[in-house]
Design a protein. Structure first.
Length: 464
């Protein structure tokens, strides 16, 4: 007669085995039939390795004969189910994000830039396609926590360090310009990683201290704010700081092109930016505030109002939105008192956020000078339908040229794309719309190819 509970254990183990086997089979079939960027391939390797480790544990778990051990193994199976349910939610979006559905050269540029941050040794960014019309960073804390609980049982199941997950709308997958918003989501990944490494990052520690000081000042200035509201404010300020940090991080790395992408994607959403511009919410600072902070960053990096990139329609619109009176800022937080003071106190964190971003990215600042150097030739190449791979490239091209190329192409799209066809004077409105969309796709395709070529030239240059 089998030990008490063993049949139940075998039943539960069989269910889990079947579940994981399907996930493992799907992972293997997709990566063997499609092309993925290197970081996604590493994520699939991790999933495959975790599956093999899980199979080994399941086989050993059902050999238990001691009733106490059987109960222990049942609990372990429950934790494994939790872990694999989390992986299940990530794998299909990750396998959908192959090189035909995402802008792989853009992601490669982003990862190459992040690798230059001293706090990171080998960062990886995995793209996930989502049916939602929104970009967001997928938090990995739950997966890390659950996998760490299993390490004593399944030794190599721990989620890899410095691996970030970014979701992008499937409809925007092949796009270039809108997908520059990815840099903002990578900023969230950086922020989360440094949060988890607070004991190892003195710069982040200084930032958190400044945050807590600001909250404390607000608390002692009022007799009505209690402990629960102080905790609420701390979490609120952290969310807002995360958003502003990520905006400035993206702006710092790729210049005005990020702000243009921010505005372009916002226009796709069901948001009246003129109405929402001054509204701070539970999750985000007001768009007008965010754009003002981006403009300040751009100005400090050399993209002043007289710079050619700051004269197109998007730059003018951004300047207009950001110029609203700060006294008009409002806040939608149910039950919170002292709303104006909450925003004012948050603004006191600006020097700390600015310093944090600058320290992390000082060597990664996008170059307005590089833009000026190549802009005319990039415009001429794109106007003639030529991939601008060889445009004004030095003997040893670097990533500043790729970033400048992004800005040149975005500005071309906004100001000069009509050179590619009769987009301005045709009496046939439908034809104008279809023609503009056609040339937009071509402009993005040529630019992505040029970025890929420049990346290859940079790699070759490192070996010569």
């Amino acid at each position: 007669m089998p030990p008490s509970g063993l049949e139940d254990l075998i039943h539960e183990a069989t269910l889990l085995y079947s579940f994981v086997r399907f996930i493992h089979s799907h992972c293997e079939s997709q990566r063997n039939s499609r092309s993925y960027v290197t970081d996604s391939a590493e994520f699939f390797n991790y999933v495959s390795q975790s599956a093999q480790q899980t199979f080994e544990y399941i086989h050993s778990a059902v050999d238990a004969t001691d009733p106490e051990r059987i109960q222990h193994n049942k609990k372990r199976l429950l934790t494994l189910k939790h872990y694999w349910a989390t992986v299940h939610a990530l794998l299909k979006p990750a396998t959908d994000a192959h090189t035909l559905t995402v802008p792989a050269p853009l992601l490669q540029l982003a990862v190459d830039l992040v690798k230059q941050i001293s706090e990171f040794s080998s960062p990886k960014v995995i793209l996930l396609l989502t049916p939602e019309l929104m970009y967001f960073q997928q938090h990995t804390k739950l997966l890390r926590d659950v996998s760490s609980q299993l390490q004593s049982t399944v030794p190599r199941i721990a989620f890899p360090p410095e691996m970030g997950l970014v979701r992008l709308p499937f409809s925007q997958g092949p796009r270039l310009f809108t997908n520059l918003v990815i840099f903002h989501e990578i900023g969230h990944f950086i922020f989360e990683e440094l949060t988890s490494q607070i004991k190892h990052s003195s710069r982040y520690g200084m930032f958190v201290n400044a945050l807590e000081t600001s909250i404390h000042k607000l608390a002692i200035s009022s007799t009505v704010i209690g402990i629960s509201e102080q905790l609420y404010l701390k979490n609120l300020y952290l969310k807002w700081a995360d958003e502003v940090f990520s905006d400035l991080f993206a702006t710092r790395l790729i210049g005005p092109a990020y702000s243009f992408a921010f505005l372009e994607f916002t226009s796709l959403l069901h948001i009246d930016i003129d109405v929402a511009a001054t509204c701070f919410t539970q999750s985000h600072p007001a768009p007008a505030y965010r754009l003002r902070r981006q403009l300040e960053q751009l100005d400090g990096d050399g993209y002043r109002p007289d710079h050619p990139l700051m004269k197109n329609s998007y730059a003018k619109r951004i300047t207009e939105i950001s110029a609203v009176d700060t006294a008009d800022y409002r806040i939608e937080l149910e039950g919170m008192r002292r709303a104006p003071e909450i925003i004012q106190e948050f603004c006191l964190l600006e020097p700390q956020i600015d310093r944090f971003v600058k320290d992390l990215t000082d060597s990664l600042r996008s170059s307005p000078e590089e833009y000026t150097r190549i802009a005319q030739q990039v415009t001429e190449h794109l106007s003639n339908g030529i991939v601008p791979s060889t445009t004004a490239v030095s003997e040893r091209p670097d990533r500043s040229t790729q970033v400048a190329l992004l800005n040149c192409a975005f500005n071309f799209y906004l100001t000069d794309m009509k050179r590619l066809g009769d987009l301005a004077n045709s009496p046939n409105t439908e034809r104008v719309v279809e023609s503009k969309e056609f040339w937009l796709q071509r402009t993005e395709m040529w630019t992505l190819k040029a970025i890929q070529d420049l990346h290859l030239r940079e790699k070759i240059a490192t070996y010569t």
